[in-house]
Design a protein around this ligand. Structure first.
Ligand SMILES: NC(=O)c1ccc[n+]([C@@H]2O[C@H](COP(=O)([O-])OP(=O)(O)OC[C@H]3O[C@@H](n4cnc5c(N)ncnc54)[C@H](OP(=O)(O)O)[C@@H]3O)[C@@H](O)[C@H]2O)c1
Length: 434
């Protein structure tokens, strides 16, 4: 039986999950893979810190040279960050170590570069745990790329924000209240910026973009917005119109290139992604041959993420690696018709209470006659303000913004994921709530 020497860089949440799985499932792994996995080193910052797993003190080290001296076959990066991690991973590859990583920040920024190095050295590079925790999405995408061309990927890729949006809707609570509760429950970090501003989801969709559209093609456009501006009134009104607000990450083939976007997006209640609640993640993929596929599961945590790392290690043992799409993205014949773009946008106006009813009426009549094609509209009144939510096609964003300013309304624009709207973009049949 071949012995594989493993070095862990990091022994925190995910690293401890990996060691736990190797301990509890070691016998099964041996039988299934014919490989004996031995942890020969674990790089940490503070060796005196209590650990969640039992591991020999001699395995721990604070010195990367000690890791190299133990001549690992596989290096697992579960320490995160860019510096010094990137240098360690480059060194590991140059020493012909296979690499498994959970580090979304590093893979988003340097994935294609690391793939080039790994190809030169003929070693495997896998990073399933970096996107969607335990969901085997990158392996699935990698498997799909031999014949299929991916046309688009829609993902709920951040559990913290999905939890916050779910609770804001179900319990009609403000963003700040739910964030504080999520922090108490450990679903949100003390500094939640990476999650709530959309950086974490953006890193993950960038990784998906590299895999599906190739490392050489640069995205045509990219946008990132988090959930801080989403209010419970907005969630309530769009709910009445048949939509749920989700922080959606989108990678889409667009002519000769592709685009990446993360932002609060309206998903119709009838779409499978609308049913993905709490801290769950999901990825909805469309391939030109296979059509639509949905993957869902827990996107974080020691065991789900550790599971993705260990399965990647077993892929290494079987001689597999991730490969980026080889073909440059271009206009290709697709077997499945791509859904017609709806060109729809959702506009949410907040009018302060002191504004007269006439401002509201002017806004509603503008929406129904001049702003574009109006699919749906509704209003809400509270003690402090009037709110108007509208779904429009063919609207000019600058004109919407100018009109909002003209009537002293605050405007938030959201993307809409709704294929049905393209077909409905013909005749108006909306009754104004006046
Ligand atoms: N947590 C999750 O659910 C999850 C899910 C998906 C992906 N990830 C990714 O997995 C990676 C690890 O996350 P985590 O939650 O396990 O982090 P963590 O609990 O903070 O653990 C980080 C580990 O790395 C060690 N470390 C950090 N910087 C170091 C340095 N400069 N030199 C030596 N050791 C260093 C720390 O040592 P000490 O223990 O001595 O401090 C610790 O053991 C990150 O890239 C993260 O984005 C995490």
């Amino acid at each position: 039986m071949k012995k594989w020497k493993i070095a862990l860089l990091g022994l925190g949440t995910v690293g401890s999950g990996v060691v736990t799985i190797l301990q509890t499932h070691g016998e099964r792994i041996r039988k299934q893979s014919g490989a004996e996995l031995e942890v020969v080193g674990a790089l940490v910052r503070n060796p005196a810190k209590p650990r969640k797993v039992q591991i020999g003190r001699d395995v721990l080290t604070t010195d990367i040279q000690t890791i190299w001296e133990r001549e690992p076959d596989i290096v697992i990066d579960v320490m995160g960050g860019l510096d010094p991690t990137l240098g360690y991973i480059e060194e590991a590859i140059s020493r012909k170590c296979h690499v498994v990583s959970a580090n979304k920040e590093m893979l988003a920024a340097y994935g294609p570069h690391l793939h080039r190095l790994a190809d030169e050295q003929n070693v495997s590079l896998l990073y399933e745990a970096s996107v969607g925790g335990g969901i085997p999405i990158l392996n699935a995408l990698s498997q799909l790329l031999h014949a299929n061309r991916i046309t688009h990927v829609y993902g709920i890729l951040n559990g913290t924000t999905n939890y916050i949006l779910t609770k804001m809707e179900e319990e009609n609570l403000a963003y700040e209240e739910v964030l504080a509760r999520a922090q108490e429950l450990g679903f949100a970090e003390a500094d939640p910026t990476a999650d709530v501003e959309g950086y974490d989801a953006f890193n993950k969709i960038r990784i998906i973009g590299h895999l599906c559209f190739g490392g050489k093609t640069q995205p045509l456009a990219s946008e990132r917005e988090g959930i801080i501006s989403v209010t419970s009134e907005e969630i309530e009104l769009y709910g009445k119109l048949g939509y749920r607000v989700k922080l959606l990450a989108v990678a889409e083939r667009q002519g000769n290139s592709y685009s990446l976007r993360v932002g609060p997006t309206l998903v119709p209640h009838s779409h499978q992604l609308a049913g993905v609640k709490d801290e769950y993640n999901a990825v909805f993929v469309t391939g030109d041959i296979v059509g639509d596929l949905l993957f869902t599961g827990k996107g974080a945590g020691a065991l789900p993420t550790g599971s993705a790392v260990v399965e990647d290690v077993l892929q290494v043992v079987s001689g597999r690696t991730f490969a980026l799409e080889q073909e440059e993205v271009g206009t290709q014949t697709v077997v499945h018709e791509e859904a017609e773009a709806s060109g729809a946008i959702a506009a949410f106006f907040t009018l302060p209470r002191r504004e007269t009813d006439s401002a509201k009426i002017r806004l509603l009549s503008f929406l129904s006659s001049e702003a574009g094609f109006l699919h749906a509209v509704d209003t809400l009144e509270t003690g402090d303000a009037s709110y108007i939510a509208a779904i429009l096609s063919g609207a000019d964003v600058q004109v919407l913004q100018a009109f909002a300013k003209h009537v002293n309304a605050v405007l938030h624009l959201r993307a809409v994921l709704d294929d049905r709207l393209a077909h409905a973009f013909r005749e108006a049949d909306v009754t104004l709530p006046i």
